[in-house]
Structure formats: structure tokens, C-alpha cells
Design a protein around this ligand. Structure first.
Ligand code: GLU
Length: 297
């Protein structure tokens, strides 16, 4: 799990990004980062450790700009480190992405992209998404992101930002959560409602395969085929504390109900696609070695 946020509007993005991430730290907190577009460049700041480490790092020189994305990480691929923290960028720094989930075919994509000359800076699965976007970019941000989505496999919530079309964020999801907060002259993206509830109570809850193009004045949602989707606004009428409990009466109830997903997320990487065998490639254990065990704790 991890937390992702996005902002596009008239106000300073970094303020919302840090505030929103602080409400999502329960989703993962081995490192954190933000990327803000300042009108010319995208500045990326990240730090291993809790969100407070990132706050300390930038407190005297906050990234300025009115559009940005942010992430608190819970590592699946690549140890917690500054380099592996999100957001991740392509070779040019023009494309930035934050990701919650796992890109299952990242190794094959990474090899292909390295062959084409892309230089990777992290050990994460996520970084392939940024380089792939650079590779397939056809002059149109939205259709290029769609092309990326055709190529990647796995579970994800993703938010993309690009210097080439600096008025919009693009977000999409598959098996992981994503909500859009509807503001006035500003819009918000987050993994979960607590991150946005202090700014707006009007939200769209994205479904799998939906893609949203979010500008400061509009939110356009389409399905996998690119057809417009008309969504109902979900009005959050819980208070902030209840929102953090995700609609459950108690945190314990929430955690109990989230157990199937937690177990599924933990196990899914270790079960082969056909469901018939267990994947533990890096252990390189053979049958003799396995037979030598007589107990498992
Ligand atoms: N798989 C990605 C990583 O390890 C994202 C993990 C997350 O959801 O925080 O960086």
C-alpha cells in the first residue's frame, strides 16, 4: 500500500500535497516525495523515512507552483531509499509519475527500455512507467498514457504529470483505490478520502479501468475504450475522523474487514499466473534443499 495525492488549481500545490500525505501515512511510510511544476520545470523532492523527514528537508525552500503530485511509499520493489522514493521521472524529467501497486511485467519492460537507451535511476517497478511514457509519447499526453496502460500489467493507482502539457494531471486505477475531490477552480486526487476532506466533500470514486483528465476547472472521465463516463458525485457526509475509518465505526472493524485484501496483496506476487505454483525465484531452492526441512515456523 501507499498513499498518493495530486493537486491542480490556483493555490500552492505543496501545501495540499504535504497535508494530504499526512492523512495517508497509515497506508505506508518508508519514504515520501512530491513533484511540483513551477511554470518552467518540474521540481522533485524526496526523502527516505517518514513524511516529517521530507518536510524538514524542504521547509526553508518549499517547491513553488500550483500543480503537483505526491506519494508516501511502502516498498515492494527496491529497498526504502531516497532514490527509490516516488515520484519517478523519465530520462528528460518531463514526465513524472506516482504509483500505488505493482507492475508485474516491469522486468521485461525495463530490459526493453534499457536496450533503447533509457537510463534508470531506481530499483523500483514504477520507474518503467515514466520511461515507457517517454518512449511512446506521440505529442498527445492522454493517448500516450493510454498506450502505456496497454503495455503494463499489474495492480495500480497512477497519477501522471508532464511538462509538455502542464495544465493537467492524468490518473487511473486498477485494483487499487483512487478518488478525485471536486473543488472550485481547483481539483484534488488522492488514494483515500481523509486526504481531501478538509478541502472538499464532493468526490468522484474511480472504478477500475477509468481514466480521468483533471485540470483546475474540469474533470473528464473516460472508460478503458476512451468513451466518456458520467459519474455520480459522491458527497462525503462523514466527519474527518469517520473518514479516516473509511466508513467503519471503529478502526479495528476497518482492519478486520481489510484482512482479505491485505492477505491477497501480500500473497499475490508469490502465486503464479495460472494459480498452480508458488513463485520464489530469488531463493533458488531445489527439491533436495526443501526436503531437508522438517519444520516451518
Ligand atoms: N511498487 C512500488 C514501489 O515499490 C509502489 C509501492 C507502493 O504502493 O507504495 O515503489
Amino acid at each position: 500500500m501507499c498513499g498518493i495525492v495530486g493537486y491542480v488549481g490556483d493555490k500552492q500545490a505543496a501545501n495540499f500535497l504535504l497535508e494530504g500525505l499526512s492523512k495517508l501515512e497509515y497506508r505506508g511510510y518508508d519514504s515520501a516525495g512530491i513533484a511540483v511544476y513551477d511554470g518552467n520545470h518540474i521540481r522533485v523532492e524526496k526523502s527516505v523515512g517518514r513524511l516529517s523527514a521530507l518536510r524538514d528537508k524542504i521547509k526553508d525552500d518549499m517547491p513553488k507552483g500550483t500543480m503537483g503530485i505526491g506519494h508516501t511509499r511502502w516498498a515492494t520493489h527496491g529497498r526504502p531509499s531516497d532514490r527509490n522514493a516516488h515520484p519517478h521521472t523519465d530520462c528528460t524529467g518531463d514526465f513524472v509519475v506516482v504509483h500505488n501497486g505493482i507492475i508485474e511485467n516491469y522486468l521485461a519492460l525495463k530490459e526493453e527500455l534499457i536496450e533503447k537507451g533509457h537510463v534508470f535511476k531506481s530499483e523500483t517497478d514504477t520507474e518503467v512507467v515514466a520511461h515507457l511514457l517517454e518512449e511512446v509519447y506521440n505529442g498527445d499526453f492522454v493517448s500516450s498514457v493510454r498506450e502505456v496502460l496497454h503495455r503494463i500489467e499489474g495492480s495500480y493507482s497512477l497519477v501522471f504529470m508532464s511538462k509538455r502539457e502542464p495544465d493537467k494531471l492524468i490518473c487511473t486505477k486498477q485494483d487499487n483505490p483512487l478518488v478525485i475531490g471536486i473543488g472550485e477552480g481547483e481539483n484534488f486526487i488522492a488514494s483515500d478520502i481523509p486526504a481531501i476532506i478538509s478541502r472538499t466533500r464532493r468526490t468522484y470514486i474511480l472504478n477500475d479501468g477509468e481514466l480521468a483528465v483533471v485540470t483546475k476547472d474540469a474533470i473528464k472521465i473516460t472508460n478503458r475504450r476512451g468513451e466518456p463516463v458520467t459519474k455520480k458525485v459522491f458527497e462525503v457526509n462523514w466527519n474527518a475522523e469517520a473518514a479516516e475509518k473509511g466508513g467503519y465505526e471503529h478502526f479495528m472493524l476497518k482492519e478486520i474487514n481489510e484482512q482479505p485484501k491485505a492477505v491477497r496483496d501480500t500473497m499475490s506476487q508469490r502465486i503464479a499466473k495460472d494459480g498452480k505454483s508458488i513463485v520464489m525465484n530469488e531463493l533458488k531452492w531445489d527439491a533436495d534443499y526443501l526436503n531437508s526441512f522438517n519444520k516451518i515456523y
